[in-house]
Design a protein around this ligand. Sequence first.
Ligand code: V0D
Length: 250
Amino acid sequence: MDMKFKTKKNQDMTSLDPTNVPKHVAIIMDGNGRWAKKRGLPRFAGHKEGMKTIKKVVERAVELELEAITLYAFSTENWKRPPKEVEFIMKLPSQFLDTYLPELIENNVKVTTIGHYEGLPEFTKKAVQYSVDQTKNNTGLVLNFALNYGSRSEIVDAVKNVCQDVNSDKININDIDEELISKYLYTNQLPDPDLVIRTSGEQRLSNYLLWQVAYAEFYFTEKLWPEFNHEAFDEAILEFQNRKRRFGGL
Ligand code: V0D
């Protein structure tokens, strides 16, 4: 083995440690439109290509036995895009599932969603609901799609529900602590993300999982989402592990 890159504890810094992967990776899949533009293609083509990347990342996440990945598929801000583009994007879940649902089931993947799902078009909801139903008893990777999602709105919803439960004497004001707040968020079934990945060179959180990423590592890459692949995902996880090792060595 190459002896050049090792920590004090004699850990190899150049290859993935499969026993120390992040539990939950949250991803902002940016750069689909830019990928298409670079090739003289319409933005739609980039969104379609982006679905192939989801497949690759899910395959790798299954291999590495991650607990969950949360993908920012559609934010509440994305409604401001041209109507034709929104219309196209809303057809992607059913396309994705037509192609990949059998493979997800085979891999014991459980599909879930967070966000204001009821605000999506009927045909989009149907496709997503079907895949959630078909995979609800699966016990492997949780593939969580943030759809019509905004983090501040999620926190507003949580506050309202907490107040309602105080009003109806289900809980006492003194019961409110960080753990309770976490249970009122859409992500209550999941561990907090330990790694956030954003592609396409942007370095912002864009109203994504604000509460949940309090202790997460952030990984930014210039790669556009359609260019992101197994190797790029491994690189992000390796960087996560190396940061943990450096921190652990202090
Ligand atoms: C567009 C790149 C898969 C990023 C990927 C409705 C933006 C392709 C889904 C999907 C989108 C969602 C739920 C589900 C199965 C698949 C998806 C949207 C956008 C927003 F159960 N790709 N994808 N959903 N894009």
